[in-house]
Write a protein that binds this ligand. Sequence first.
Ligand code: DX5
Length: 288
Amino acid sequence: MKLLLVSFGLTLISVECFKPTTFAAPRHSRSCCSGCPICCPTTLAAVYGEPRPVQIIPSVLPADFGKLGADCKALEDAGCDRIQFDVMDGNFVPNLTFGPDTIRWCRQYTTLPFETQLMVSEKCTDAMLPQFTEVTKGPNGEPGVVIVHVEACTHLHRALSSIRAAGGSPSVALNPHTPPEMIENVLDLVDHVLVMTVNPGFGGQAYIPTMTDKIRKIRKWIVDRNLDVDIEVDGGIKATKETIGACAEAGANCFIAGSGLFAYDDMAQGVKELTALAKEGQGLPANA
Ligand code: DX5
């Protein structure tokens, strides 16, 4: 290991951590750990928090809408942690899916927790938030995750508070171009933050790698404020180091997978492989 003595206070930093292009700020990652006192997991945990439990959450967008209930049951049997319903109104995004009744029907097929991502206009959010909060609840009325987009909510603080008041679990989503600062002042209101890693509206798109720094920044805010908030990522997530691995390393712990999971003939195998790579990204053994 090459050691570099720096002048301020004789801090020992491993040269391996200094990427030539990032001399300003060494990029310490959970996987390098060359014994450098800054890279070691305990030090990173102080900065980015202890790794949070990995959750694999399928998006139903690739499912067969003709038998959506049965597909939800298959996802439960495959060992998924929650199911995401992508609500699209053809306005906020250039695609159209379903309303609250479809989600209510699917509840009869599975006891898995639900989450509803509202990719809808502000008018629809304001008018239908109570209905979506209700149908997203668990089989015994447990809070379901209701995700509103910051770009569709002039009164975001009010929308998130109303989800909580209606017995839901509030979450806020950011499109790829949206800076994290847009949600900095509502982090204390949510249980999750959803970082879109593709432009919303369609499945099967490529993961946008520049989203990794946004995840890292939000994770650091959450840890610095000692908040109990999960970071979710959605779009282009596959069982690869470059997608789920990189997001986990940056601080995400909830992973939406559409085409990346439905591509498996045996979806239980898909859940296993996605989980193992996420844990590896967190610097944990696959069977942790
Ligand atoms: C896109 C949806 C995603 C999408 C993910 O707007 O929000 O949930 O279904 O699909 P993949 O994993 O195929 O990118």
